[in-house]
Design a protein around this ligand. Structure first.
Ligand code: FES
Length: 121
């Protein structure tokens, strides 16, 4: 039997405050969420804390479709949250929608843990 999770939507910032090619973090339901405005206009949202040693991903860089953590330079595909270096480490991804110029983050109801942790090889 497949499980359907209810998504609860939380308004965050205006789309005008996150230009294409930029990323920033916001707080949603007591957790830090990274918002990324991809080239081409799509917005994606991930856990805002690095899965390595819990640094803020928004303090890193977003260039060439890659998010790089400032602390130890772990890298993630901005489009998917998939780890580039190291591979096999993926960012928790939130649902996103834009309504009336506001970016909403969708939190799956009842999911206590909304971040991934990974260890270095
Ligand atoms: S804390 Fe992000 S790479 Fe180490």
């Amino acid at each position: 039997m497949s499980e359907t999770k209810t998504i609860v939507w939380y308004p965050t910032i205006s789309i005008d405050d996150l230009w294409e090619g930029e990323m920033t973090d916001v707080e949603v339901e007591r957790e830090v969420v990274l918002l990324v405005h991809l080239e081409g206009g799509k917005i994606v949202a991930y856990q805002g804390i690095c899965p390595h040693q819990e640094q803020y991903l928004a303090d890193g860089t977003f260039e060439g479709g890659v998010i790089t953590c400032h602390a130890h330079l772990w890298q993630f595909e901005a489009e998917t949250g998939e780890g580039i270096n190291p591979k096999g480490c993926r960012l928790f991804r939130y649902e996103v929608k834009v309504e009336d110029g506001t970016i909403y983050v969708g939190v799956p109801e009842g999911t206590a843990r909304r971040y991934n942790r990974c260890v270095a090889d």
